[in-house]
Design a protein around this ligand. Structure first.
Ligand code: FAD
Length: 274
């Protein structure tokens, strides 16, 4: 079976919780390895991440991977979270630096994700399978692309078991990234992060902020469909399913879907893949 995982964000209202329940039920039927849940920087959604993984684990029977971002956090706070996740029986963590929320002055006890990974290993030994973030199109704040590759390697050297990439629409960027880090001696699996195209204008805003490039031909084709949401969705599913097929055919070890808590765009891609 195709190794897939799904990413959710923590819902904050009853309506959003009900939406996540519906989505989790539909997506669980596709046999994911696990579901990961994002973490808001600066502790603002700390409790929601824990609450959400607990719900997915207990009520939906899905293996979970809470994201843990260290920006703004202290060693003590992170240690408490790790102990709580361990006591709950979780075996996976996605370890990130996160971004400092505007207005927050102190970055906390950790500067980079590699330091967090090292701390997780010191504190919890080998209990957790640790995933880290990878950027085939280079992290937007990186000084240069080669330094970014070395910083990625530092996370693996610190003890990460695998990586999930930022989403991308250019398969060659992923292949190049994997070749480059293999040359640096990195052997862990690098799973492509896949962003289904649902709402195109939202995706464009998102992509500008996180440094993911949408190829001009996709932008132009999407713009040609204008407000015809159904055509945008159909074209989006086709384009992303083709990307997934190419990635898998060329050896990608699995797919991690950024679901944005909605089942339909991800299911449309999976249906085309099968
Ligand atoms: P790092 O690996 O620490 O890298 C950050 C930057 O610092 C890079 O530019 C790197 O080149 C540079 N750098 C690293 N080490 C050094 C060094 N020693 N000296 C100088 N520069 C260095 N954000 C959230 O807030 N919550 C989430 O749940 C979340 N989930 C994510 C999941 C995935 C799969 C991905 C790809 C991203 C996610 N993010 C999340 C976003 C992420 O937190 C941001 O992209 C953040 O800016 C960088 O995090 P990182 O873990 O990649 O940081």
């Amino acid at each position: 079976m195709l190794p897939i995982s799904f990413e959710f964000f923590p819902p904050k209202t009853d309506e959003q919780r009900a939406q996540l329940d519906r989505t989790a039920t539909l997506l669980k039927a596709r046999g994911p390895e696990y579901a990961s849940v994002t973490f808001g920087a600066g502790g603002s959604t700390l409790s929601y991440t824990g609450e959400t993984v607990a719900r997915l684990h207990r009520e939906h029977g899905i293996d979970v991977a809470p994201h843990l971002s260290c920006m703004g956090g202290t060693r003590r706070e992170i240690a408490e979270l790790l102990d709580g996740y361990r006591a709950a029986g979780y075996r996976r963590i996605v370890a990130l630096r996160g971004d400092l929320p505007s207005g927050m002055a102190s970055p906390g006890d950790f500067r980079y994700a590699a330091e967090l990974v090292r701390f997780i290993r010191e504190h919890s030994g080998d209990h957790f399978h640790v995933e880290v973030a990878a950027y085939p199109e280079t992290h937007p704040q990186a000084d240069d692309a080669l330094a970014d590759l070395r910083h990625f390697k530092a996370k693996v050297d610190a003890g990460a078991d695998g990586a999930i990439t930022q989403y991308f629409f250019n398969a060659d960027a992923y292949f190049r990234f994997v070749d480059d880090v293999r040359r640096l001696g990195v052997e862990v699996p690098v799973v492509p992060g896949i962003m289904p195209i649902g709402n195109f204008s939202q995706l464009k805003r998102f992509s500008d902020a996180c440094g993911a490039e949408i190829p001009r031909w996709i932008v132009k084709r999407m713009q040609a469909h204008g407000d015809d949401a159904e055509s945008v969705r159909q074209l989006g599913a086709e384009v992303v399913a083709q990307l997934c097929r190419r990635l898998l055919d060329s050896g990608a070890p699995g797919l991690h879907f950024y679901t944005l808590n909605r089942a339909r765009p991800t299911l449309a891609i999976l249906d085309q893949l099968h």
